[in-house]
Design a binder for this molecule. Structure first.
Ligand code: ADP
Ligand code: MG
Length: 578
């Protein structure tokens, strides 16, 4: 601790001061709770009341605990590396959720009185603001409903929470001694193994690795838990890769190689389930999930059709040219895209956002974007067809830009001709059918009819225009609803179809990131790419908490990938480009 910090600590109010103040405002009007805002030394941790709710029914108050290293006692070895720190934070937060669940309901009073809320967690291990393990201390953010009787202050209930429950909670959640050493070690080892696989992908020229024995399907459409009794994943021999993980030791699985991989199979044989697991392999999964060792290149992007999305001056010439209304497709703009134009823009914008692989499922694609059969080619001449389908671009995208494609097709055989790897799903088992397909194609004497067209240069010089984002003379207004909607100055951004956005907290963070970029980075000179990349450089150096203002949802913010940030900005109808 440095001198300055020591002086601050001496000046900091004590828990006795807090108790006195609380007693002095008992029965008074709820607004008086505001006088409690500040920091308090609670024995061996610091408790701060950052923002007091306006009334007992409003969103609970924003509070924080800070537990210094000397108190929490977690050995540095558990959080030295980035990946192990995230894993430790994740474990602490899950424990916190459990402890709070056991407590909630004990509170007395009206409205949100006594309610304690902490950031919920799903199957993914993500970087969250709720728990931050720093060099000197662990910081935990949460919400607390300050108790009321009717609309006046209920001191006894608050004293009960702060001086009985809170220290108990801090002990159970933030102290090393409350955890089984073996569990912490196991958690750390998994994080290191996952990081190891991620690191190996590039060297082995893989887009993804799926370990044998993985459980890919989920329990149901509303539960992300593993399906019980599922057929475990197993790799066909030809695609087998064996890795030697630092802790787990040897592990074998399917390596999906760079290039074009086509996945076929009858309906209901598990194609989309496999692709979904690959999509979410950009994140690590917690122990027991079934996808712990399903790891995908972090910059792989799901591409789908998205009718109705907003597009602002995206160069979609690669796929769409000479539209009947003479719209310039180099700066394609629409408030209401069609299936094919939306999917085209999704590809181009994903390239701009640094995609290393496209993940495409026929189920969610626009047919005319995917293929064009040869009979149709003969009848409707090429000059009359504005669409150059994805199939004629996919090889060039790989050869010239190094972007792989993994594509699921059920009904069209056309993609066989451009594939490096062809897999079939048969009763949830993967088979390598490349040879078989080649034999069939040879018998048909079918030459490659697909002209592999040259790739037009894409113009990524979309300079973002600075527009006034104040709202009725005040600060930009921002609100998020669940996972799917961000609203900026009442203009909704629909992020429902960003299928790799996995957490409500990521949606919240994207909202704040957009606000931050528009207010402090957009300058009529920088392109969208320059701005988002600069933001993520900043995040890499300093984390992301400094970007999040002191709103009540701060503790619920979760770091999104930059790909989803680009995607949300591109869908914002208030985006203006020079
Ligand atoms: P497809 O895309 O080939 O039509 P899906 O991936 O949608 O098939 O899977 C169809 C159903 O089979 C889903 O309900 C899914 O949960 C289930 N399923 C997928 N993989 C497995 C598996 N390995 N074991 C058991 N059930 C599975
Ligand atoms: Mg499917």
């Amino acid at each position: 601790m440095n001198k300055l910090q020591e002086r601050i600590n001496i000046m900091m109010k004590s828990m006795q001061d807090l108790e006195k103040t609380i007693k002095s405002i008992d029965h008074k009007s709820y607004g008086m709770y505001k006088s409690l805002q500040g920091e308090y030394q609670f024995g061996n941790f610091v408790f701060s009341i950052d923002k007091v709710q306006g009334d007992p029914f409003a969103a609970p108050s924003r509070v924080r605990v800070r537990v210094p290293k000397t108190t929490h006692g977690f050995p540095t070895s558990l959080y030295e590396k980035h990946e192990t720190r995230i894993a430790l934070e994740d474990m602490i937060l899950r424990q916190w959720n459990k402890v709070v669940q056991g407590y909630n309901g004990r509170g007395a009073g009206s409205g949100n009185s006594g309610k304690i809320a902490v950031c919920p967690c799903g199957q993914e291990i993500l970087e969250r603001m709720a728990v931050v393990v720093g060099k000197e201390e662990i910081e935990g953010r949460f919400l607390m409903g300050l108790p009321a009787k009717g609309r006046s202050i209920y001191a006894d209930a608050l004293i009960e929470i702060l001086f009985h429950f809170l220290p108990e909670m801090v002990e159970e959640v933030f102290l090393y001694g409350s955890y089984a050493m073996a569990k912490l070690e196991e958690n750390k080892r998994l994080a290191e193994d996952q990081a190891y696989i991620r690191g190996k992908l590039e060297e082995l020229e893989l887009v993804a690795f799926i370990a044998d024995g993985s459980i890919l399907p989920r329990e149901s459409g509303v539960s992300e838990k593993p399906l019980k009794g599922a057929v475990p994943f197993s790799s066909p021999e030809s695609q087998q890769v064996t890795l030697k993980l630092p802790h787990y030791g040897e592990i074998t699985g399917m390596g999906i190689k760079k290039g074009i991989t086509v996945i076929v199979g009858g309906g209901y044989h598990g194609k989309s389930t496999l692709l979904r697991a690959v999509e979410l392999g950009v994140y690590n999964h917690k122990k027991g999930d079934g996808r712990e060792y399903v790891i995908t290149n972090t910059e792989a992007v799901k591409i789908r059709a998205e009718d109705g999305r907003n597009i602002c001056k995206t160069d979609i010439r690669m796929f769409i040219n000479h539209l009947p209304n003479k719209k310039d497709t180099r700066i394609f703009t629409t408030e209401n895209a069609s299936g094919s134009t939306s999917q085209s823009a999704n590809v181009i914008e994903a390239i701009e956002a640094g995609a290393t692989a496209f993940l495409v499922d026929e189920d969610t694609s626009a047919t005319n974007f995917m293929v064009r059969d040869s009979t149709m080619e003969m009848i409707v001449s090429k000059e009359k067809e504005p669409i150059t389908p994805f199939i004629t671009r996919t090889r060039a995208l790989y050869q010239k830009r190094g972007i792989s494609t993994i594509i699921v097709v059920g009904s069209s055989s056309a993609y066989f001709e451009v594939a490096d790897t062809i897999l079939q799903l048969d009763n949830y088992k993967v088979k390598d059918i490349k040879e078989k397909v080649e034999q069939v194609l040879a018998q048909q004497d079918k030459k490659v009819i697909m002209q592999i067209e040259d790739l037009p240069e894409i113009e990524y010089n979309r300079v973002v225009k600075k527009v006034d984002m104040s709202y009725k003379g005040r600060d930009m207004k921002i609100k998020t609803t669940g996972r799917d909607t961000i609203s900026l100055n009442k203009e909704n951004i629909d992020v429902r179809y960003l299928e790799q956005l996995m957490d409500n907290g990521q949606t919240v963070a994207i909202g704040y990131f957009l606000k931050y970029m528009m207010e402090t980075m957009v300058d009529n000179k920088k392109t969208m790419q320059e701005i988002v990349e600069a933001l993520y450089e900043q995040i890499k150096r300093r984390g992301f908490s400094h970007i999040i203002p002191k709103g009540y949802s701060a503790g619920f913010c979760v770091l999104p990938r930059k790909q989803e940030v680009y995607a949300a900005w591109n869908r914002f109808r208030g985006l203006k480009v020079q």
